[in-house]
Structure formats: C-alpha cells, structure tokens
Design a protein around this ligand. Structure first.
Ligand code: C5J
Length: 224
C-alpha cells in the first residue's frame, strides 16, 4: 500500500505526496537558457531571474538525491541535422539567431553543443535520466511516459525553466496522462516574472486544474 505525506501548505489544497512513486523533474536548466552570454541573453532576455533559482534547485536536488528519489533532467534539443525540428519552429519570427545556427555557445539547441549542456551546478549523475526533447513538452517525441510507467511513477515534482513555456507545457502533458504534478514556486523562473506569476495562478485555478504549487521550503519539510 502507498503511504502519503500530506503537504498541507500546497496550493490550492494539500498535496498527498507519495515519495516512492514520485520523480523530481528538472526542466531545461541548460547553459543556453540560463547562463549570461548564452542564446537566451542573445535574444535580449535578462537571465538574472533564471540564475536566481539555481541555489534553490540545487538544494532540493541534493535533498531528493539523499532520499534516493528518481531524478529526471530534460534539455530542449534537436538532432544535428534538424530532422526533428519543424520548419515552423525554426523559421518563426525574425530572430538574429535561429535553431541550428552558430551562437555564443555553439549551435543553438543542438544536442552535444556546449550551450545545450545542463549547467554545471546541476550536472546529472550517472544514474539519473536525461531526456532530450524536441518540443516544449517533456512527453512530446520522447520515451518519458513509457519510462515513468515502467518505474511505477505517478507523481512529478517540477522545477526549472521557463515557467510558462517548457515547464507549463510539460505539466499539462503530464496532467493529461494521469500524473499528479507539483510545481515548486521558488525553483522555477521566467524571463518575464509576470508570466511566471500568471502561470502559477493558472495551474492551481479551478481546483488544481493542472496541478499544485508549493514553496521549496514546505516541500523539503515534507520529505525530511
Ligand atoms: C523556451 C523553455 N522558452 N525551456 N524553452 O523556449 O522554456
């Protein structure tokens, strides 16, 4: 039988955490989005809000590793020949750099390039899963659902960037597949802080229509 720890302070109501059937999923903490001098910054974004969450993400990750919980990292990335990148994605808008072009840290969003690596502070361990995803959502074009099912996981704890794009899309995909999702509010960030705030509200509205949110402190209390 599953044992639950009720994370009482979660919004919009208590989250029944079951540590042994939960995985921690860290979305797209890759150099090109997070580091100064990367792709994100070259598009005119301020990366400081993304930098600010690194210590919190690190703290939760360390604690989850100590509990021997399952850790999943994702990267938004494409094959070098871009056969998994729709033309509509590559050609949208009028950016100075497009996916596959040479950017400040190698080819933009291409697997194996320096900018596509997870930031050093959060480097995956050998026993952790790394999912390369061609879309915004972690389930589109990946084996993630099959993997989670084979491991008996039905709850996902989300951290990472950006809140309203890849984090929210992945949460919605997970919700539709039957996973209970919790987003750690201070372990996610956007280049646009008001988009982050709106996303947190959207997720928990209408009785947790997408999932729950909580602070990392409350989450750490629950798993300690
Ligand atoms: C974006 C992401 N914003 N990881 N990717 O293009 O949110």
């Amino acid at each position: 039988m599953k044992t639950h720890t009720l994370l009482e302070a979660a919004k919009p109501f208590g989250f029944p955490l079951s540590i042994h059937s939960a995985a921690l999923i860290i979305i797209d903490m890759q150099r090109d989005f997070v580091e100064p001098g990367g792709f994100g910054e070259s598009l005119g974004n301020r990366v400081q809000p993304l930098q600010d969450i690194i210590p919190t993400v690190q703290k939760v990750l360390t604690c989850w590793r100590d509990r021997e919980g399952l850790v999943i990292h994702t990267r938004e990335s494409h094959l070098p020949d871009l056969t998994d990148c729709p033309v509509s994605k590559r050609d949208r808008g009028n950016p100075s750099l497009r996916i596959g072009d040479k950017g400040p840290m190698g080819r933009i969003l291409v697997r194996g390039e320096p900018g596509n690596a997870i930031i050093e502070e959060l480097s995956p361990l050998d026993n952790e899963l790394v999912i390369d995803k061609p879309g915004k959502g972690a389930f589109y074009g990946t084996d993630l659902h099959r993997l989670l099912q084979s491991l008996g996981i039905d709850q996902l704890i989300f951290m990472g960037v950006t809140t309203e794009v890849c984090v929210q899309t992945s949460m919605r995909e997970a919700n539709d597949r039957g996973y209970e999702c919790l987003l750690l509010e201070d372990a996610t960030a956007s280049y646009f802080p008001h988009f982050k705030q709106s996303t947190l509200e959207m997720i928990t509205a209408q009785g947790a229509i997408v999932g729950w949110t909580s602070t990392s402190e409350e989450f750490l209390k629950a798993i300690e």
